[in-house]
Design a protein around this ligand. Structure first.
Ligand SMILES: Nc1ncnc2c1ncn2[C@@H]1O[C@H](COP(=O)(O)OP(=O)(O)OP(=O)(O)O)[C@@H](O)[C@H]1O
Ligand SMILES: [Mg+2]
Length: 417
């Protein structure tokens, strides 16, 4: 059998699973970690890009350069073809992402001790909501990126199906499973028949009753928390003059992981300076401009994310805003977080109902709910997922590695022989 791999290129974190000989394994993709943040830092001096925690650390240490995160979110948009200045060169986001996939490929090959050219790439059920053309452009773009990174045979698999294949490894009896993978950028669902008697069949297509999903994930919840709790301290809601509000985009972009780096593009800086002169010295908007000057948008987003994560177990958290102004912070309570994200969580619930509808399965028939993805740790999200399933046991998978390992299982099935 050939050694093959599965790549879970995630909005927030990426993993690689390999199938080598009889074994499946997760590749250490950064030091001994089997996950690597999908973060890319280009030093200003043109030195090679740094990936993952290494890139984030360089940015946190205020090394000159540009940090980009959550670039999976731009795959279906025109932004992926735009060029941007990094390290004294102009690169398209596509080229920037090729660098990241080369990084993952090299890690897999180093671990396996051999060249790997066959891959199953994970993909969300919908990269883009309600736009099939943009959705298939996103997949083609990812395929082209994988090809440029050196892969020869590239197949795709839905992320929740990959998670299901991993869950199936541990099943001792047949189950009708609702899989929910709630990640950083998307929520993905599958209704599948899993277990020993199904596993034996060669063609599994009949076991997949439905796939569904929506482009809502943890990064969207970060955006909402930031807009509700942090951005008002940076000028959101300030009026330019009576009856004329500041535009929303500077705040939305600063609160949105995959757009933070766009704020310092020259055309945006010009508009921001114009706004600054129109609100003449408004102290809150001065804070905004301070953040832009210092390029501390990612530090703020990280502190918002940290507070959100604390709210999964606690009811109260403080968002550190030292990078906006020394000593500044804001309190975030779980109930406020739940109210500012109610619409996103409601949409996750609707997508679950719609997936069950497509499957033609009544929720009480589901015997197991398999949860994976970092955002499945959020109590209100778990509640929304589990609510319809009265007769199901709830099983938590490895939140960050189920998909990568499942992709390796799929890669062995489809590519290894
Ligand atoms: N304990 C936690 N509580 C709440 N959210 C969490 C927790 N741990 C991680 N997250 C969130 O989970 C998200 C990342 O999850 P994950 O790594 O599964 O996403 P991903 O696979 O990169 O994204 P996607 O599959 O959507 O492309 C982030 O938004 C992160 O803030
Ligand atoms: Mg994921």
């Amino acid at each position: 059998m050939k050694t093959v791999c599965g790549i879970d290129f995630g909005t927030s974190n990426s993993t690689v699973g390999i199938s080598k000989g009889e074994a499946f394994a997760m590749v250490p993709v950064e030091g001994t970690y089997t996950t690597v943040p999908s973060a890319i830092f280009h030093p200003a001096d043109g030195a090679p890009a740094l990936y993952g925690r290494g890139g984030i650390d360089a940015y946190n240490a205020r090394e000159p350069g540009r940090l980009m995160r959550s670039l999976k979110s731009i795959l279906g948009s025109a932004l992926v073809d735009e060029k941007t200045g990094v390290g004294g060169r102009y690169l398209s986001f596509e080229e920037i992402l090729v660098g990241f996939l080369v990084y993952l490929k090299v890690k897999a090959e180093t671990f396996a001790g051999e060249r790997i050219v066959d891959v199953v790439m994970g993909r969300p059920v919908h990269f883009v909501d309600d736009d099939d053309a943009a959705d298939s452009r996103a997949e083609s773009k990812l395929e082209s990126i994988a090809k440029q990174a050196g892969f020869k045979r590239i197949l795709f698999q839905y992320e929740p199906i990959a998670a299901a294949l991993q869950f199936e490894l541990e099943l001792e009896r047949d189950e009708l499973v609702f899989v929910a993978d709630i990640g950083g950028g998307t929520s993905d669902f599958s209704v599948v028949r899993l277990g020993p008697s199904h596993k034996r069949r060669h063609d599994r297509a009949r076991d997949i009753l439905a796939n569904g999903g929506i482009r809502v994930g943890g990064t969207n919840l970060d955006t909402q928390l930031s807009l509700a709790a942090v951005m008002p301290l940076l000028g959101k809601g300030v009026m330019i003059r009576k009856g004329r509000d500041l535009p929303a985009w500077p705040f939305v972009d600063l609160a949105t992981w995959h757009r933070i780096h766009t704020i310092t593009e020259p055309k945006n800086l010009n508009v921001l300076r114009q706004i600054q002169s129109e609100v003449s010295g408004d102290p809150k908007f001065e804070r905004y401009m301070h953040v832009v000057r210092e390029q501390s948008g990612h530090l703020i987003a990280k502190n918002v994310e940290d507070a959100k994560i604390k709210l999964s177990t606690g009811t109260d958290a403080s968002i550190n805003l030292d990078d906006v102004e020394k000593g500044l912070s804001v309190r975030a309570r779980r109930r406020d977080f739940e109210s500012c994200t109610a619409s996103e969580v409601g949409r996750i619930g609707e997508a679950i109902t719609s997936t069950l509808g497509t499957a033609g399965v009544k929720p009480e028939k589901i015997t197991a709910v398999f949860l994976t993805g970092g955002t499945s740790a959020i109590p209100v999200v778990r509640k929304a997922i589990c609510a319809p399933f009265r007769n199901a046991k709830v099983v938590d998978g490895d939140r960050f590695c189920s998909v990568g390992l499942g992709l390796a299982i799929d890669a062995r099935r489809r590519l290894a022989s």
